[in-house]
Design a protein around this ligand. Structure first.
Ligand code: ATP
Length: 292
């Protein structure tokens, strides 16, 4: 991404950018589609959580989360089972809207705009913040149609062959499937299916990729391929990944957020600092396997 497109931290500029994201036209998404990829309200921050609390019915799953996720880096979220990692991930592109019991308070900003504002269309939001799930879930369609799916939905069908090829190349799958694009996506191996799902997610050119344990259902070779791919993708996308695997977080992420029981974000810092010299004793105990 061109540095020239990036805005400064000048508060006047930030306010102007935030205004650009607001629309009073009910036909619009509320997130200005023409907003340049680079026009981040803060030079580095793409997603910001401010005092985010989430409940499922009466049970609190996230407790006062504050966090700034930087652009074009890999941010990993780690922590013991049930500490709210996936809940936080699903808040970012409003997947929790689909859960009746879920309720959120606080602000979750994408490029300075609260994604929970009434004028934000969650479908439009999810076009800009794509998601890859734990279990590969290709559609029972051809490899080509899987990748073309989102592009067709959005009417972006010019140069479709080229876009499908590019997405498959970016997902490091092209060489393995270029001679059988008409074959079913479900006939691929697990690792190939997950890379196909990544190609499907990036084909419509989102700005952020959310990944919920994308390698946990894969064998070591496929895991390693997906990890290499995540590293490549971060050149172009902001990647936020939930993982149970601390070694994986240490290998692939630039920043690591440690959530602990009670839905608390205990520490968020450069990955090297979290693993080598964490501030919090609780994080050190977790990292060194004393609990969790
Ligand atoms: N749809 C739901 N309805 C009710 N409670 C839920 C729902 N989803 C999650 N929870 C609860 O919210 C808390 C946080 O769950 P979440 O899945 O976010 O944690 P996690 O850290 O991602 O866990 P894991 O690592 O096991 O996937 C848990 O207590 C869980 O039981």
């Amino acid at each position: 991404m061109s540095q020239d497109n990036m805005t400064t931290n000048d508060p006047t500029t930030e306010a102007a950018d935030a205004d650009q994201l607001i629309t009073t036209d009910p036909g619009r998404s509320g997130l200005d589609e023409s907003n340049e990829r680079g026009s981040v309200t803060d030079a580095q921050t793409v997603i910001e959580a401010r005092n985010v609390n989430v409940w499922y019915n009466d049970d609190q799953a996230l407790n006062d989360i504050n966090m700034k996720i930087p652009e074009n880096q890999v941010t990993a979220m780690i922590g013991p089972s049930g500490c709210g990692k996936s809940t936080f991930l699903r808040c970012i592109n409003r997947m929790n809207d689909l859960v009746d019991a879920a309720r959120i308070e606080g602000d979750l900003l994408f490029k300075g705009k609260n994604v929970y504002d009434k004028d934000v269309d969650p479908v439009a939001l999810r076009r800009r913040i794509g998601m890859v799930f734990q279990h590969p879930n290709p559609f029972p369609k051809s490899i080509y149609d899987n990748v073309a799916y989102g592009l067709r939905l959005q009417g972006k069908t010019d140069n479709l062959d080229q876009k499908v090829e590019q997405a498959l190349k970016s997902a490091a799958l092209w060489d393995e499937v270029k001679d059988r694009l008409d074959k079913s996506g479900t006939d691929l191996s697990g690792g190939q299916q997950q890379r196909l799902c990544i190609a499907r997610a990036i084909a419509p050119d989102p700005e952020v990729l959310l990944m919920d344990e994308p390698a946990s259902a894969l064998d070591p070779v496929a895991t390693s391929q997906v990890e290499d791919l995540i590293d490549d993708l971060s050149q172009e996308y902001t990647v936020v990944i939930v993982t149970h695997n601390m070694q994986q977080a240490a290998r692939i992420s630039d920043k690591t957020a440690v959530f602990l029981t009670g839905g608390e974000l205990v520490e968020f810092n450069d990955t090297a600092t979290i693993f080598e010299n964490p501030d919090s004793q609780r994080v050190e105990d977790y990292i060194t396997g004393k609990f969790g």
